[in-house]
Design a protein around this ligand. Structure first.
Ligand code: OFO
Length: 169
């Protein structure tokens, strides 16, 4: 059984992860319009990862006999001015998600919920990876500026990303 406070906070995080998937799906559509197939692939994997993050929280709530309450998912942005602008937005968004995960960990500490604290460790580590992978692409895009040839090389590189379903918890 989990406390009501933790249950509510975890439900909110399910929504935040679903929003991340939705936002990244909008970004995938943006890259599809630009015909940058590697970026499309990268975003597609990001969408799947976010869905897995949401499902991991959902499964945990169920496992602890909590109540699932699904709220409406906010409408994401749908247009950006450049790949650089997209990755700046992703980086900012991931930092926001990291703050949300840290808040969840704070609630676990406050309520002395050891199981939740342990479960959330996975998300804390995942956010370190998420921020690092986004920052890697962002830094390359900053160097590329308006060099189309270099952008196409990066696009090719991003094509190599594959989805490995995460084992959460
Ligand atoms: Fe779920 O890590 Fe991104 O948002």
């Amino acid at each position: 059984m989990i406390s009501e406070k933790m249950n509510t906070a975890l439900n909110k995080q399910v929504n935040a992860e679903m929003y991340s998937a939705y936002l990244y799906l909008a970004m995938q559509a943006y890259f599809q319009r630009l015909n940058l197939k590697g970026f499309v692939n990268w975003m597609n994997i990001q969408v799947q990862e976010e869905m897995a993050h949401a499902k991991g929280l959902y499964d945990y709530i169920q496992e602890r006999d909590g109540e699932i309450i699904l709220e409406a998912i906010e409408k994401p942005e749908s247009n950006w001015n450049s790949p650089l602008e997209v990755f700046e937005a992703i980086y900012k968004h991931e930092q926001h998600v990291t703050a949300l995960i840290n808040q969840l960990a704070d609630i676990a500490d406050e309520t002395k919920d050891r199981a939740a604290a342990l479960f959330l460790q996975w998300y804390i580590k995942e956010q370190v990876e998420e921020e690092a992978s986004v920052s890697g692409v962002l830094e390359t895009l900053k160097m590329i500026k308006s060099d189309t040839h270099a952008l196409l090389l990066l696009d090719k590189e991003l094509m190599a990303r594959v989805f490995n379903p995460p084992v959460i918890g």
